[in-house]
Design a protein around this ligand. Structure first.
Ligand SMILES: C[S@@+](CC[C@H](N)C(=O)[O-])C[C@H]1O[C@@H](n2cnc3c(N)ncnc32)[C@H](O)[C@@H]1O
Length: 184
């Protein structure tokens, strides 16, 4: 991985407060990083920034593909922490943090999305999907965390994407359960 020693130390420090900030696991983050590199995704949207842990991993992959991360969060305090963490990892130049309610911000996205990562309010996943779907390019990917950790809250989303003939879907046995949907 292309993390410097201070960046690795920062990631390790963030992993110690993972539960406080609801960050994805390191293995999930590493997997998403690989997926962006494999797919060559450039326009990535993340729903749920928190303190920027997953955003760092997404953005590091985007340094390879020449892409940009748009990440959405409504808590000012977490946005400030995320900005600091992005700066410490040298990825702030390729990240736009949009403050606001996820659905409202998603509605304003006016570019074609290559890769969307959903990790905010579990009960709203289906709403995020409905807004993201028409903006996601053919061949684009949706990843969503907490599929097996919060099965009831995400059930309507999982059922909808699984029954959509335009999506090939798999739920991976990563720590909280990660759904991957490939749009055809
Ligand atoms: C699970 S955490 C995100 C963790 C982050 N992806 C990571 O792994 O580092 C979810 C974040 O989404 C934010 N959030 C929840 N619902 C939201 C909404 N409707 N609009 C914007 N942000 C929201 C929360 O404040 C929280 O910081």
């Amino acid at each position: 991985m292309n993390f410097t020693i201070p960046e690795q130390e920062l990631l390790q420090k963030l992993e110690q407060t993972q539960e406080d900030f609801w960050n994805i696991s390191r293995s999930s983050a590493n997997f998403l990083n690989m997926l962006i590199k494999i797919s060559g995704a450039k326009n990535v949207v993340e729903v749920g920034t928190s303190n920027g842990y997953s955003g760092i991993w997404l953005a590091k992959a985007l340094k390879n593909t020449g892409g940009h991360l748009t990440t959405i969060e409504y808590y000012e305090k977490r946005i400030i922490l995320a900005q600091e963490n992005f700066q410490k990892c040298g990825v702030e130049d390729i990240i736009t943090i949009k403050q606001g309610s996820a659905c409202e911000v998603l509605e304003t996205i006016d570019f074609e999305i290559d890769f969307a990562f959903i990790d905010a309010n579990k009960g709203e996943y289906i709403k995020y999907f409905d807004i993201i779907n028409p903006k996601l390019k053919k061949g684009g990917l949706i990843a969503a965390d907490n599929i097996t950790s919060h099965p009831q809250k995400v059930a309507s989303f999982v059922e909808k994407i699984k029954n959509d003939p335009n999506y090939q879907v798999e739920i991976l046995d990563l720590p909280a359960g990660m759904l991957i949907g490939l749009k055809s």
